[in-house]
Ligand binder design. Structure first.
Ligand code: ZN
Ligand code: ZN
Length: 460
């Protein structure tokens, strides 16, 4: 039996691992590569296996860097089952459709350029129809339910505490009467995050495949993060402006709604009108309400299934969204996309970012090349729809709301394993991986490998 690393090896996105156990072959994750155009072109490269040969797919959670190529596999002819937690199944419905829409828009934009050059059109990576079709192949499972998915392959999902439904995947792989236990961390949550419970400990493994996104640093403390947010709302109230928060639809948005409710009095949230201005985030919040037994934070009313934050308005239509632009002050607007690379937040930037009384709160990672990154980097102007706009609003970067474990969190999770099993580090950039390898080695004398893409390791 062996494992081949097909993605997120030396990088964060595009998670994909191919397992061969006896006659069975299955994929763990099939994520989209995100980043530069050159990197994203790799999403179209064929896998080193025929679609008919893949017997099953196991998915740790709904984020696109883990699930995003499933509709593409469908398009290539993959017809087998996809096992994941029920909540991830529900979130994938929303997220894959949105990713498909973006892929269609990307192809449209690319084709307009190609037509002007006299080049033939390209197809989108996949369409909304592909995304809808692949959903029929999902089988939802519960946490802690051990299940045989193929001859010689048993899996169990355990709470990773990262986003709703996110799982650590335990795998028991049997070939020639020998069983090896592999534990795949998935994306591990941050202990102390507002809504999700931290990652569950696992004690036994012959081999650990572990994420390393923040392998080289620790997050700011929760208390410091809350103090930062409190002071932003206080300043914005004194300045009589609006507060714009670009947020990711799944996870960060629900964290913010929860924090605004929890600190309603001490942050004077009652003086504001709060808007959730993102159809995708509204849908994701509805999925959170259906699975409220998976976290301890109280986000929703007992029977209403509406968020308990009473002055929260859900802006579903474009007209709802545009109405917010008439507000000169008193609005807290949570809108996507999280990196200001599109979506309704662009309109709110246009109406607020040139006004010194307004505040912009950045709560997530901003990739190079995005408007969000330009704002964090302190650019004096940004360009929106060809128009140069002066940045006068106050920009705050609040780093403590990460959905990922930091170095201490990663080490704490590994600490539960008996006998320091060997580790393969994935889902991280080289500097983060090297630092985490060093830390795992010096604290546990663990044997740590940083695999390259395409590397194939034997298990027996
Ligand atoms: Zn994730
Ligand atoms: Zn990830």
């Amino acid at each position: 039996m062996d494992i081949q690393f097909l993605g997120a090896a030396g990088t964060v996105t595009g998670s994909c691992y191919l397992f061969r156990v006896g006659k069975a072959k299955f994929l763990l994750e099939c994520g989209q590569i995100q980043g530069s155009r050159v990197a994203e072109a790799q999403n179209r490269e064929p896998l080193p296996i025929q679609m008919q040969e893949i017997d099953a797919i196991v998915l740790s959670h709904a984020h696109i860097d883990h699930s995003g190529r499933l509709p593409w596999l469908k398009r290539q002819g993959y017809d087998g089952p996809i096992y994941t937690h029920h909540a991830s199944h529900a979130l994938c419905e929303i997220m894959l459709r949105d990713a498909a829409y973006l892929n269609e828009k990307d192809a449209e934009w690319e084709n307009r350029k190609r037509q002007r050059k006299g080049l033939p059109n390209i197809e989108p990576l996949y369409t909304q129809d592909d995304a809808a079709a692949v959903m029929d192949q999902f089988t939802g499972i519960e946490y802690e339910e051990r299940r045989e998915i193929l001859p010689g392959v048993e899996i169990r999902l355990t709470d990773a505490g990262h986003i709703l439904g996110a799982a650590i995947v335990e795998l028991w792989l049997t070939e020639d009467n020998t069983t090896k236990k592999v534990v795949f961390s998935g994306d591990l949550g941050h202990r102390g995050a507002p809504v999700m419970i931290g990652p569950a400990p696992v004690e036994q493994a012959d081999l650990v495949i572990m994420e390393s996104t923040y392998g080289n640093r620790n997050h700011r403390s929760t208390e410091a993060t809350l103090e930062e947010l409190r002071s932003v709302f206080e300043a914005a109230r004194a300045n009589r402006g609006n507060v714009i928060i670009p947020a990711f639809a799944v996870g960060r948005t629900q964290d913010l709604i929860y924090l605004l409710e929890k600190h309603y009095d001490d942050w004077h949230i009652g003086d504001w009108q709060v808007f959730l201005d993102s159809p995708m985030a509204i849908q994701a919040t509805e999925v959170y309400s259906q699975f409220d037994h998976l976290y301890s934070a109280k986000l929703f009313g007992e029977r209403s299934h509406r968020p308990t934050l009473k002055n929260l308005a859900m802006s579903r239509s474009a007209a709802d969204s545009m109405a917010i632009n008439r507000m000169q002050s008193g609005a807290i607007v949570i809108a996507g996309s999280g990196m200001c690379s599109g979506g309704r937040v662009m309109h709110h930037l246009k109406h607020n970012v040139w006004r010194p009384e307004c505040h912009l709160v950045i709560v997530g990672y901003q990739a190079y090349g995005t408007i969000g990154r330009q704002l964090v980097d302190g650019r004096s102007h940004i360009k929106l729809w060809g128009e140069l706009i002066k940045v006068n609003a106050q920009i705050h970067t609040v780093g403590g709301l990460s959905a990922h474990a930091d170095q201490t969190g990663l080490l704490d999770w590994y600490r539960h394993f008996q006998g320091s099993p060997p580790v393969y580090l994935i889902h991280g950039e080289r500097p983060q991986q090297t630092a985490l390898r060093q830390a795992l080695h010096s604290e546990f004398a663990a044997e740590v490998t940083i695999p390259e893409r395409e590397d194939r390791i034997q298990l027996n």
